[in-house]
Design a protein around this ligand. Sequence first.
Ligand code: 4NP
Length: 155
Amino acid sequence: MIRVLFVCLGNICRSPMAEAVFQHLVNEAGLSDQIVVDSAGTGGWHIGERAHSGTLRELAKHNIPYDGRARQLARADFENFDYILTMDYDNLETVQSRQPKDTQPVIKPFLEYANGVVDKEVPDPYYTGGFDYVYKLIENASHGLLKAIREEHGL
Ligand code: 4NP
């Protein structure tokens, strides 16, 4: 089983969208019994909440379901996931700083898997909106990530 965790700050805007879009691709590829997908936030302000209405609206536009609740990144995540993919460099630094020494997930900026975009970070839509642009970046990187995982694991 290959386990993928998306991480942002609040786990209500970007990482839930990434989780939903990537899960949708995994399902379409018939790989849902081989790839597990989840998301978490570095912060704990929104624990237990549904995703932001902007994220849910954008997902609904693309007929992608999502019913997850926000949770905070936990120590066990470093043991339980093979890939931890962060939305921006703040998230990356936080995740790296919390990594227990005896764990070795791949920890990378999610947009390293995107193709043909100049962005290195997924902009935070919480204050300024732009959920449609966030979706475009996430969709692009999700295709690249699935391709990379399939190649790395021979799927
Ligand atoms: P996210 O967006 O990290 O994409 O879920 C945010 C959500 C909440 C907050 C900041 C960013 N906040 O400060 O509460």
